[in-house]
Write a protein that binds this ligand. Structure first.
Ligand SMILES: [Ca+2]
Ligand SMILES: [Ca+2]
Length: 227
């Protein structure tokens, strides 16, 4: 999908909404390793965003060793996934999958797990940079590949999450796709909180100034029922 917008390992989108069944796959190189993938949202429009709906997947896994022609002595390594978004990164339900591949070759090693690097301005609710090797949505899956002799490839890693600059967070505080009373109440119950308070919730600090107050509530009102 989106082939026309991709060149080699880089895809430049003005805006991208990956639907529930949408999948982006990387290609393999000759030795079965995943090519790296750079997804760039290029527009600087205020509400330009990268959104993944439930079930959307980006897969940058290595190729299984037994499927690599003339080789197969090890599983393919997963690649590097880089995502750059100028405004809003909504990964609430996305699955980012960079598995090292297995191999059936004797004493062969599994491929290494993938790496993820993300740069963004705003932050939508429910995003986590927690690296686990499970299968739950919204958690990167970057497990190491296995080999027939039991040799594991290295685990995947999260390189960093960085903000390109401070900016607004999305007003959909609980990340359910609606701007409504639930989001209003998330501010209401924390009204007056500041960074460091036990009940402070960064997603409710929409203008990202370290305090939850009228300035944040105003922004929920401004986008009330807008999606
Ligand atoms: Ca909401
Ligand atoms: Ca605030």
């Amino acid at each position: 999908m989106y082939n026309a917008l991709c060149s080699e390992s880089q895809c430049d989108f003005i805006e991208l909404n990956l639907t529930a069944t949408g999948k982006i796959f990387t290609l393999y190189n000759a030795t079965g390793d995943s090519r790296d993938l750079l997804i760039n949202i290029t527009s600087n429009n205020t509400r330009t965003r990268l959104t993944f709906l439930s079930g959307g997947q980006i897969i940058f896994s290595g190729r299984n060793g037994s499927d690599i022609a003339g080789s197969g002595t090890r599983g393919g390594h997963a690649g590097l996934l880089n995502i750059s978004v100028p405004d809003l990164l909504n990964t609430t339900f996305v699955q980012l999958i960079g598995r090292g591949a297995y191999t059936t070759a004797a004493s062969g090693a599994g491929g290494a797990g993938g790496r993820i690097q993300i740069s963004f301005h705003g932050l939508i609710g429910n995003f986590t940079d927690d690296v686990r090797l499970g299968t739950a949505a919204n958690i990167p899956i970057m497990g190491a590949g296995n080999g027939s002799a039991g040799t594991l490839g290295s685990s995947g890693s999260y390189i960093y999450v960085t903000k390109l600059r401070n900016s607004l967070r999305d007003v959909d505080i609980n990340g359910d796709g609606q701007v409504d009373g639930t989001d209003r109440d998330a501010i209401k119950t924390r009204y007056g909180n500041e960074t460091g308070d036990a009940t402070f919730l960064s997603n409710a600090d929409i203008n990202n100034d370290g305090a939850i107050n009228i300035l944040d509530l105003f922004r929920v009102g401004f986008e009330w029922n807008t999606r």
